[in-house]
Design a protein around this ligand. Sequence first.
Ligand code: NAG
Ligand code: NAG
Ligand code: NAG
Ligand code: NAG
Ligand code: NAG
Ligand code: NAG
Length: 546
Amino acid sequence: MFSSLPLVLLLSPATAVLAATVTYNFNITWTTANPDGLFPRRTIGINGKWPIPTIEVNKGDRLIVNMYNGLGDQDTSLHFHGIFQNGTSYMDGPAKVTQCPVAPGQSFKYDFVVNQPGTYWYHSHVKGQYPDGLRGALIVHDNDSPHRSLYDSEVVLTFSDWYHEQMARLISRFLSVANPTGAEPVPQCALINESRDTKVKVEPGKTYLFRMINIGAFAAQYVWFEGHTMRVVEVDGVYTKPMEAGMLYLTAAQRVSVLVTMKNGTGENFPFVGSMDQDLFDQVPKGLDPNVTGHLIYSDSNKNPPAKEITEFDPFDDFLLEPEDGEVLLENPDYSFNLDIVMDNLNDGANYAFFNEITYVAPKVPTLYTALSAGQHATDPTIYGRDTHSFILNHNQVIEIILNNLDPGKHPFHLHGHNFQLVHRSPDDSGPYNSTSLQNPPKIPMRRDVVLVRPNGNLALQWHMVSGLSATMVEAPLEMQKSMKIPEDHINQCKDAGLPTEGNAAGNTDFLDLRGENQSPGRLPSGYVSSSSIDPSHFRWDTYGQ
Ligand SMILES: *[C@@H]1O[C@H](CO)[C@@H](O)[C@H](O)[C@H]1NC(C)=O
Ligand SMILES: *[C@@H]1O[C@H](CO)[C@@H](O)[C@H](O)[C@H]1NC(C)=O
Ligand SMILES: *[C@@H]1O[C@H](CO)[C@@H](O)[C@H](O)[C@H]1NC(C)=O
Ligand SMILES: *[C@@H]1O[C@H](CO)[C@@H](O)[C@H](O)[C@H]1NC(C)=O
Ligand SMILES: *[C@@H]1O[C@H](CO)[C@@H](O)[C@H](O)[C@H]1NC(C)=O
Ligand SMILES: *[C@@H]1O[C@H](CO)[C@@H](O)[C@H](O)[C@H]1NC(C)=O
């Protein structure tokens, strides 16, 4: 009964825009995969297959994903990365934030309208599960794209990193006393389209839109096409004025769409390359090949040459992009706060990532469910639990976030539910944000939903609030109580799993009584000097973001 073919029903054929309902039935099960040919491993697939299907809708469509957890031994959920879920926060996917984790044998229905164009992805949002395979492309086609006349056809390319070991083991070793510096597991290889040998058939003289998505766990990749120039036209679902780029830097979770015009002759095939940024790895294992190569196939009778070695990585700076819609800088933020990124050890000996003084620990009740059950208490941040690090934000405000990376690692930052304007980004090692450095912010800043904060550098972001809830930004909870109702089947799914659906972070219905809440391990005694040094973590960002 579960098939990966989408079922499309036209709802309102009389209207100018044909909004359809697109339904996918996903049975999430273990399969076996061996994309580098070196090690067959247990991998999470959909309907018995891996790589998993691309979700495709048109802008304005209603997307329904009927998910069944057929894993048998792990919880799961699905997050649709970059989709705002305006008014449907309960469909966003992060377990313990907007829904209960879905236990083996349970089903969950995701059902929402997609009103944004462009390139997205979807993945599991339970612990660090998605690198075990549950990660795929989500494409929102748009007849009104300002770039539609500039290309002949489009190609989706995913970039990822691949581990031979399963996440459950990697994470328990990563977050352990045996790894006091918090060194992340280094992947065994890089993949394009979950393969080491992707071939794209091309026709001479034609222009292609390549939708490139980093669906990896950890590694950012440098990306380039040999002998061809790219023109960037979209980042993270935001159309941009076309800009030339010889090379891109794609952090985990970022998307960039580029136009590439093919050569007129068919005498040669050309490599395109993804190369993992090895600065992210504390130790580069001997013999690691950070590169993955695919080919533009002009003719099957040509040879597919290996990639030429390049001497320098000089990627295009996304800060220079301008959104096509010309949205100007949001001025005079109503509310501004700092998030300082640090890595430190706690008294269990493991190394944790902190925003300010807090390392995230999931609550017993999903934060959204707390907000909707708390009545007037919903505006009190303490009810969401100390370690969920909740900020209460009001409706329709302009919010500014200053991210200070006090760590020598590179960190990607993702905000659920919104795009942000990137107002300032420091070079490496410039220290925390200093508002006097913001003399000339861009008039029309680049907008996206994932950005890299440079080592010991800083960022200033602004975004405009609408409604809903995103990670631990609790947005306009009293408005939300009036307009939002969690679907009955979601409540029942929690109940079937024996999980509470109301109460504070501790599951208490006396909202001010936080006894029993989940908390991080305690602080180390003062005077302890941590041995932690380099820690560009993505895994723990996952809890907040991806
Ligand atoms: C999901 O797939 C598993 C393994 O093939 C199968 O046993 C199970 O019946 C399927 N469940 C549904 C709801 O289709
Ligand atoms: C979100 O939904 C509200 C209510 O339907 C609408 O007014 C608002 O413009 C929407 N925001 C975005 C960003 O789509
Ligand atoms: C690459 O993978 C994407 C989705 O995962 C698929 O849509 C596309 O057709 C693939 N392209 C090639 C050239 O294999
Ligand atoms: C291919 O041919 C067209 C038409 O003659 C020309 O405009 C274009 O510049 C050529 N492209 C390349 C890459 O040489
Ligand atoms: C990977 O590519 C880079 C850039 O071309 C090159 O310097 C490096 O030697 C390559 N590594 C391997 C193992 O081939
Ligand atoms: C911020 O920058 C200004 C101008 O460069 C400098 O005078 C000031 O000391 C800096 N403030 C901090 C807190 O570093």
